[in-house]
Design a protein around this ligand. Structure first.
Ligand code: PMV
Length: 326
């Protein structure tokens, strides 16, 4: 229902880091994800003609435009795909009078693996809803954003979308079948490898391996699922020793799955050597970020990660999900 058009609306959403359970989550297992306190912003402004005008200077896109009737067709640059896709999905449910200008801005680099594509889809959906005065319960923002991301990527669990919508630290299962907010966020240090992971390629590689060796990959996922359940209990009790052990076991299983790398292994070893009670890669692997659990010795762990060639990213974790900005 239309209830007047706002002049200009900005929505923001956080990035994410997977604490436990990546990859297995794509095959129906639970994972734990936390929202990171660097945000992505989308500003929506109404325009007269039924056209999308898009600028995303952080990812090199300026003055892109597309008539509403052609959304999602023809050449869609990677930098436009998720916002254009979000608009297309939104319009299938909610009509807009005229068109819209969308501008994105990010506090974090799209290289970190924080889930900027999903966060941009989430923000676009929420900002478009704000433009026509929709209250939009989080579940609706999640469903529309998840559909958008799946249409484009054809794969993925939606964990990035869940973190961007709900924020906090969450237990998550595919398509939002399980969404449970955890009461505490573990004291984690974030180390960036300097290498951009290619999630879709890695997911295909893992799927190909599962075709060849279904039983051994299934055994890895069963192991990861058990670790996630132990991790949930440890987080609820703030038992950082137990959580650290769980993280280390999860890393070993990810190594067996073949998604770690020499650079990640070096940063993880350095963090453990400096007193982190646990450390593992976060996300698809081969690059992006690693996490180290450091309830004490935070500075020593940060120093060791930096000395091993990592870039320590100072971020708050467990922050708010998508919101409209004043
Ligand atoms: O977006 P990334 O690279 O942080 O990966 C997210 C976690 C995966 O399980 C590897 C993929 C997914 O969609 O769940």
């Amino acid at each position: 229902m239309l209830s007047g058009i706002a002049h200009k609306v900005t929505a923001s959403a956080p990035g994410k880091l997977v604490i436990l359970g990546e990859h297995a989550v794509v095959y129906g297992r639970p994972c734990i994800v936390t929202a990171v306190g660097q945000r992505l912003f989308v500003t929506a402004t109404p325009i007269d003609k039924p056209v999308l005008e898009l600028s995303a200077p952080d990812v090199g896109l300026e003055a892109y435009s597309k008539p509403f009737a052609k959304l999602g067709t023809g050449e869609v640059p990677k930098a436009a795909a998720f916002v254009e896709g979000a608009l297309k999905t939104f319009l299938q449910h909610h009509p807009l009078r005229g068109g819209v200008r969308l501008e994105t801005r990010s506090e974090f680099s799209s290289q970190y693996g924080f889930g900027s594509s999903s966060a941009s889809a989430v923000c676009a959906i929420r900002a478009l809803g704000g433009l026509i005065g929709l209250a939009m319960p989080p579940r609706e923002v999640f469903d529309l954003s998840f559909r958008t991301v799946r249409d484009i990527q054809k794969t993925g669990s939606g964990v990035d979308v869940a973190a961007a919508v709900y924020g906090g630290t969450l237990v998550y299962e595919m398509e939002g079948r399980r969404l449970e907010a955890l009461p505490v966020t573990p004291p984690l240090v974030v180390g960036y490898t300097g290498i951009k992971a290619d999630t879709v390629t890695l997911l295909k590689e893992v799927a190909a391996r599962a075709e060849r060796e279904p039983e051994s990959v299934e055994a890895i996922y069963i192991g990861i699922e058990a670790l996630v359940e132990q991790g949930i209990a440890a987080i609820k009790k703030k038992d950082w020793k137990a959580l650290g052990e769980v993280m280390n076991h999860n890393q070993a299983l990810l190594e067996t799955l073949g998604v770690s790398s020499a650079v990640l292994d070096a940063l993880i070893a350095a963090a453990r050597g400096a007193g982190a009670t646990g450390a593992k890669l976060s996300g698809a692997g081969r690059g992006d970020c690693m996490l180290a659990l450091a309830a004490t010795k935070k500075h020593a762990v940060e120093g060791a990660i930096a000395k091993a060639g990592g870039h320590v990213i100072e971020v708050a974790l467990g922050v708010d999900g998508v919101r409209l900005e004043a």
